[in-house]
Design a protein around this ligand. Structure first.
Ligand code: SF4
Length: 78
């Protein structure tokens, strides 16, 4: 799955939502979230993010590692 990290917080540009072929990017209060079970790893969202907030799960920078878990937790809590 792909993960949306810190640069999205309070920005929510939403260009990624337009690109996602399976509509698995959802809006939270302060950022967007990618549903880990619905994402098909196509990578279409990554280059359109204006702030480079989107990473393949294995490529999330270490300082933003908590965002990988936050993505899962967001959907668990729905
Ligand atoms: Fe959607 Fe593809 Fe991005 Fe996954 S990688 S969130 S399927 S656009």
């Amino acid at each position: 799955t792909y993960v949306i990290a810190e640069p999205c917080v309070d920005l929510l540009d939403k260009a990624c939502i337009e690109e996602c072929p399976v509509d698995c990017i959802y809006e939270g209060n302060r950022k967007l979230y990618i549903h880990p079970d619905e994402c098909v790893d196509c990578g279409a969202c990554e280059p359109v993010c204006p702030v480079e907030a989107i990473f393949y799960e294995d490529d999330v920078p270490e300082e933003w590692a908590p965002y990988t878990k936050a993505e899962v937790d967001f959907f668990d809590e729905l």
